[in-house]
Design a protein around this ligand. Structure first.
Ligand SMILES: Cc1ncc(COP(=O)(O)O)c(C=O)c1O
Length: 429
């Protein structure tokens, strides 16, 4: 036995030495590569260049005669509402179109719910005690930042390949009336790229909650962001499904054109029940006279209709697909034999979620950063920045050009192995 152990240790030492040499060589290149945020690249932004000049000076009337240059129209212009209704597969009456950011709408709605009673309740969330929210993990760091900054306690719920673990969700929401809501990214979840199954959607829509004023914040940010034309994944219309299963006010659904036209300069929408929208209108009318309707008009003139959006999205996919495939091919080439590591193979969205050896994600990120590859900080995909297994790393392939991506993933792979083998050695000593 001892001699066997010595042989194994020698082998590990040899592998570490080889990786350290590679690492030192990469480090000497003085690279500066960035894979942190899911931003569209310049080529993707160029797809919408025509939108900048699509509105001649005399074109400012919406289809209902609204002068988009002037105040008013809290709900957004009808053609923009119809466009989002078609994209989300829901009804025109259930949609409002607002400003440039869906995250902004999520924050506003959460703040409103904390301050003002929701339909179905006498009291606001904050008047009832410590508010809690379910957070499927791993998830979107900015969702967690919103909830944390508003003092809401976050409870992790594990994700499965079909969506959040519904046994856990159902048990929690049935038992605690202070669980007031849940984050959800149902199509190409950030970061795993998971699409909720129909069964998960039905269970979310129909489950019994102890809270009368429970809301799912359904962030459908990647609804039309497919990578493959023959794999266009979708979920059922959650507004109708919730109504059908007796919970008409359960969902606030959000979407935007941030990754269709311009990131942060697109238009954002919410879909919800009539009651929920009326509640929003009441509070929004104190907040604003109305959204930027000229931006909405510009978008609709450029995108035209749902078909027009799908055409634009095919152009995005043509740019993104080679990047995703490159990253996945390199992970396969470099890490497939490395049992401690696995990753998701998304069919859409903006991220590739990698699980490295437990306990090493923060070290992998540190090593990569020191070598000039900026990665999303380990833990970012979990509430409070704490990944209990210290294992998940979110890679964002959209922004860097292909040659930079290649270098970044080669370096990342060396760091994954190095961190893992060093840990193994430490444990064996
Ligand atoms: C899941 C998710 N929701 C929302 C956003 C931001 O949306 P918006 O630009 O409409 O605020 C992002 C951006 O990365 C995202 O990944």
């Amino acid at each position: 036995m001892p001699s066997n152990k010595t042989a194994v240790m020698k082998e590990i030492d040899a592998q570490i030495a080889e990786l350290e040499m590679k690492y030192a060589e990469y480090k000497s290149r003085g690279l500066k590569l960035n894979m942190t945020r899911g931003k569209p690249c310049d080529q993707q932004l160029d797809i919408s260049a025509e939108m900048n000049s699509v509105l001649p000076p005399e074109d400012y009337l919406a289809e209902d005669g609204t002068d988009c240059r002037n105040y008013g129209g809290l709900d957004g212009i009808p053609e923009a509402r119809r466009l989002f209704a078609d994209l989300l597969g829901t009804n025109f009456e259930n949609v409002m179109v607002a400003g440039n950011s869906s995250l902004n709408m999520m924050y506003d709605n959460m703040l409103r719910a904390l301050l003002f009673p929701l339909p179905g309740s006498e009291k606001s969330w904050s008047a009832q005690g410590q508010v809690k929210f379910l957070c499927p993990v791993p998830g979107y760091d900015r969702h967690f930042f919103v909830t944390q900054s508003l003092g809401i306690e976050m409870i992790n719920v594990p994700m499965t390949e079909q969506g959040p673990d519904m046994d856990v969700v159902e048990a929690l929401v049935a038992s605690d009336p202070m669980i007031k809501g849940m984050w959800s990214v149902p199509v190409y979840s950030n970061p795993d790229g998971i699409v909720y199954s129909e069964e998960v959607c039905r269970r979310l829509a129909g489950m019994k909650t102890a809270a009368q004023d429970f809301r799912i914040f359904l962030d459908n940010a990647y609804n039309v962001h497919h990578l493959y034309s023959d794999k266009k994944n979708s979920i059922p219309d959650m507004i109708s499904l919730c109504a059908e299963l007796g919970n008409p006010d359960r969902v606030f659904e959000f979407a935007s054109t941030s990754k269709v036209t311009y990131a942060g300069a697109g238009m954002a929408a919410i879909a919800s029940s009539e009651e929920n929208l009326n509640w929003m209108r009441k509070h929004m009318s104190a907040q604003t006279i109305g959204p930027d309707k000229l931006n909405q008009l510009r978008h609709v003139r450029f995108l035209k209709n749902a078909e027009g959006v799908y055409e634009v999205m095919d152009k995005h996919a043509a740019i993104l697909r080679p990047k995703f495939e490159l990253v996945l091919d390199l992970l396969e080439k470099n890490l497939a034999d490395f049992d401690a590591c696995h990753w998701q193979k998304p069919e859409g969205g903006y991220f590739i979620s990698v699980y490295v050896s437990e306990g090493t994600a923060s070290e992998v990120v540190r090593l990569s950063n020191e070598c000039g590859v900026a990665l999303t900080p380990a833990g970012n995909t979990y509430p409070y920045g704490q990944d209990p297994a210290n294992s998940n790393i979110r890679l964002a392939p959209s922004f860097p050009p292909l040659d930079e991506l290649r270098q970044a993933i080669e370096i990342f792979s060396v760091c994954v192995k190095l961190a893992s083998l060093r840990k193994l050695k430490e444990q064996s000593n």
